[in-house]
Design a protein around this ligand. Structure first.
Ligand SMILES: [Zn+2]
Length: 388
């Protein structure tokens, strides 16, 4: 795996030097398999160890009077595999957080409650956001459910429910909803459901028909009534919002084989100069054109004047001797329609310029009508330069 995993981004190509890539689809499974192998060694050497692990987090109890200082055990763990570094945290005021559970030691038992990191924002999906009501109900319900499962003392449970009441009020949940899901009656019912769970297949065995359509607050309630009449279950699907239409958190690398119409950005390998272009050709062919023209221009020391659009990268190459990163174009938009693509190219050039990018484009692309400027300037405030 360490030989085959390659991470591509605008700044070049990287090879995973050891282990599984962070966030990779297989990484969790592979780390579990590896940790289990490691545990057979550990349990063989320490048969009485009290050790509970989730992925790479382990909770354990250690008696220094019986086993000596914990640092000896840590040294032992770190001697097994040079690539693994174990660190440890010990209890503070008889308490230690593990995942999202706070474990507290009493004289002859351990109690647990919900743990939130000090940086936790207590922000949940806001009640005014455009989602079907069950999304809000489920959000609060799942927090109450967690409180029931984690809080082992009446005190910690009451504290947690009070915390949820305050928090969800701050997230604009109406009192009726908060009161409903934190009422004694609801909690007792939920406790029963948790202690005797239904088979996970019981919900799908009734042959219901599901209708999945984008949620609309104005038609949802009457539509639900009609659907219920015909035994159809209604479910809201994700809708387009302004955010996911216009922002790319991580601009994807375009497959070089892509030929459906693209607005792309390329970067100079030697400095922070960028070029924005658009094409309907196969991306690879377009990149080769750029590359051939740059090579030709550097060899003859003359920038060809036949196509103004191509001039930017060529001019930069001739003037500086820098080489462009033609193997890693960043996709800014996929747009098959020619005029729309050219317009988007013009918008991207404008947005990049106001975001402080140094562009070598000789032309500004299709002019963006001035009525769009205000919206494009808002982009500047909401878009992190590095991400864009
Ligand atoms: Zn450069």
């Amino acid at each position: 795996m360490s030989q085959t995993v390659i991470v591509n981004n605008e700044h070049g190509t990287f090879k995973q030097s050891h282990g599984a890539p962070m966030g990779g689809g297989l990484s969790g499974l592979l780390s579990d398999i590896y940790m289990e192998k490691l545990e057979t060694i550990i349990f063989n050497d320490f048969p009485k160890l009290k050790w509970k692990r989730y992925r790479d987090d382990t909770f354990m109890t250690w008696s220094t009077t019986e086993n000596g200082p914990i640092s000896n055990f840590l040294d032992y763990l770190n001697s097994i595999d040079a690539h693994l570094k174990f660190t440890h945290e010990i209890e503070n005021n008889n308490s230690l957080p593990f995942l999202d559970v706070l474990i507290t030691r009493h004289s002859n038992f351990l109690s647990t409650s919900v743990y939130r990191k000090p940086t936790h924002s207590d922000r949940y999906i806001h009640y005014t956001s455009n989602h079907e009501p069950r999304i809000f109900d489920n959000t609060l319900q799942s927090m109450v459910r967690r409180a029931i499962i984690y809080c082992t003392t009446p005190n910690s449970f009451a504290t947690e429910i009070n915390h949820l009441r305050t928090t969800f009020a701050l997230n604009a949940y109406p009192n009726t909803v908060i009161n409903k899901y934190t009422s004694t009656e609801f909690i007792e019912n939920l406790k029963l459901r948790i202690s005797s769970p239904k088979s996970s297949f019981s919900d799908i065995s009734d042959n219901s028909i599901w209708l999945r359509i984008p949620y609309d607050p104005y038609i949802w309630s009457p539509l639900r009534k009609i659907c219920t009449k015909y035994k159809i279950k209604l479910s809201g699907s994700k809708t387009f919002n302004i955010g996911n239409m216009i922002t790319n958190i991580r601009p994807p690398i375009i497959p070089l084989e892509y030929s459906g119409g693209a607005v792309y950005r390329i970067k100079c390998q030697a400095c922070d100069t960028f070029y924005i272009g658009e094409t309907l050709q196969k991306v690879n062919d377009r990149m080769n054109q750029h590359k051939n023209k740059c090579t030709q221009a550097i060899n003859t020391n003359v920038a060809p004047r036949d196509s103004l659009n191509d001039c930017g990268p060529i001019k930069h190459a001739v003037e500086t001797g820098h080489i462009w990163s033609f193997l890693n174009p960043v996709l800014l938009a996929k747009i098959p329609n020619g005029p729309n693509r050219e317009l988007r190219e013009g918008m991207e050039i404008y947005i990049h310029k106001i975001n402080g990018f140094s562009l070598c484009n000789v032309m500004d692309g299709k002019t963006v009508q001035s009525c769009w400027y205000e919206l494009l300037h808002d982009f500047k405030r909401s878009t992190n330069q590095k991400q864009y």
